[in-house]
Design a protein around this ligand. Sequence first.
Ligand code: G6P
Length: 366
Amino acid sequence: GAAELGPYRHYMQKEIFEQPRAIADTLDGINAIVPALFGPDAAQVFTQIDSVLILACGTSYYSGCTAKYWLESIARIPTQVEVASEYRYRDSVPNPRQLIVTISQSGETADTLAALRHAQSLGHAHTLTICNVATSAMVRECALAYITRAGVEIGVASTKAFTTQLAGLFLLTLVLAQTQGRLSAEQEAAHLQAMRHLPVALQAVLALEPQLMGWAEDFARMENALFLGRGLHYPIAMEGALKLKEISYIHAEAYPAGELKHGPLALVTSAMPVVTVAPNDALLEKLKSNMQEVRARGGVLYVLADADTRIESSEGIHVIRMPEHYGALSPILHVVPLQLLAYHTACARGTDVDKPRNLAKSVTVE
Ligand code: G6P
């Protein structure tokens, strides 16, 4: 009811603003990177695995896509990510040394549970879940678990569950890196420090809300939008497009920015806003030339640029300045303005934000 919502108009908005607390709770009490964070048997399991297969649906699938970049670059573990409903019905080549990782807010999604059981039937014994509900079927049926502490999520479009999943997946990356002998004491300390600072960094991003309300006025009049990202932030662009589709009913697609020229550039006109996730990472110069490709076709850019990127607003380029680049954890910050953009666009269009048409919070039947 209204009392629970406090100053917020919808549960989704409240949940977006709860993210500093949700991340702090999810990482609470972690003073060292140790396998036991994932259960008493984790140390033994982690020494036996040679690769990771992540299975999930919806927003949880995109957190898995982000984790693939971390697992391969930081832990150097070959990682695949697959939509649960595809994996369960195809012939795959099982590798008993692979760690199966399911990701689920509810822990009850029918496709993800069926994918887990399918993996087990193929001989996979090493199973782990990143899940927000400790009492769920997913947690009961997986050998190992990390419980995120987002708290109850009511808005159908997932927000705080996503960022806490990312926090849990980053911890998994660090633990596996350590198992592989790829995490020095200095690196461990630096990562722990960056994780501890996340709630404060998130507060700074949430303060950008008024600027995103400005963008939302433009988006509310559009019927299509493109989202671009590269590397670690390509899955963040996908999650941003999903959020906009789910609650504002605007058709949105995400592309890895380098792929623009291989098709979607044909769609770019002044009626196609192009949201660009622009962290100050190794791909920044490449991304800037992708942005030029859009401008040259009259496309209008909406850029989330880290403070140190030197991307400025100009004709056809709207820039919202993010904090300085946050390194490997940057996706956790960059997704927040995309959540706010979708939220305020939906509000401007007058849709039922917390209960979008045709969608369910937890899809427990196929
Ligand atoms: C539904 C929800 C999505 C969610 C997906 C997976 O489609 O509308 O927001 O991401 O299920 O849910 P899970 O509980 O498994 O993370």
